[in-house]
Design a protein around this ligand. Sequence first.
Ligand code: PEP
Ligand code: MN
Length: 335
Amino acid sequence: MIIVMHPDASSEEIAKVVARLQALGADVQVSTDSGRTVVKGTTESRLNEEGPWAMLPGVDRVVPEVVGGRRVGRQHKPEDSVVEVGAVKIGDGSFTVVAGPCAVESRDQLMSIASAVKDAGAHMLRGDAFKPRTSPYSFQGMGKAGLELLSEAQQAFGLPVVAEVLDPRDVDLVASHVDMLRVGTRNMSNHALLREVGRSGRPVQLKRGRASTIEEWIDAAEYVVNEGNRHVVMVERGVRGFDDSARNTLDITAVPVVKTLTHLPVMVDPSHASGRKDLVAPLALAAVAVGADGILIDVHDHPERALVDGPQALRPSEFEILMSQMIAVKAAIRS
Ligand code: PEP
Ligand code: MN
């Protein structure tokens, strides 16, 4: 058990925690390496009750110790985790297709795209109401009105919906309108947001930071899971490399690596990885072949008019063709 003390915990409070652990026969280590006093007590099961320890004066948080490393690690749980979003199961051996616009722009736009992706066989709908834009002058998303449209589309088409949440203060709002939350690449290391989506209990897609190692990405997932939320899906969306022919470099290697190191499902976003619609289909097929559990695809009925990411969006007819190709590759892998 790891007990993290408040930054202003007194030395008496720390001493009391240590003494109490020692009285139970624990082997106690005290460290201040992280800038805070952290008390680690190792013994058998009787320390594993978190509640009483969290209530001691000066204690900030209690992190039960994990046997075999991280909670998301394979050692901790050898079998694959399946994340359920409504009736959709991600990671059960099937291939989950999430499609829709990058951003919700209007009712007509969202309903028309939702209807098209459903007809083409998508399992879930994407569409964001809060957009993380590089320039503060670019369209930032429709906010609450966009979330309401997402709820409406979910009801109308029966597709579970995923949307990005940017700010810890918006987690409850977004979670009350959609079925799954997404943490985007820019926020992968926003630990306050990770904790908050962890507390929401909603399934979470966790995108890889665009300059993050796989280990850093897995640690980010651990933040969510440590709040008691096991429903995390990892999304590889490309990292910044030295080559600029595509927006990012899709790290296809990350898929089997993360699936070996963790028990979490892994999806791929070829749209944001490439930023180019001509690259979406080949990368999507590679994702199926490499063993990803699903995919996120940007689809727009009028890409030339899209307020965000038009150049990477497939038209519904192009998405339909890609769907049949992905099904064929999945069948070939299975056989
Ligand atoms: C998105 O999926 O719309 C998005 C903003 O992606 P990323 O965080 O990967 O850039
Ligand atoms: Mn986008």
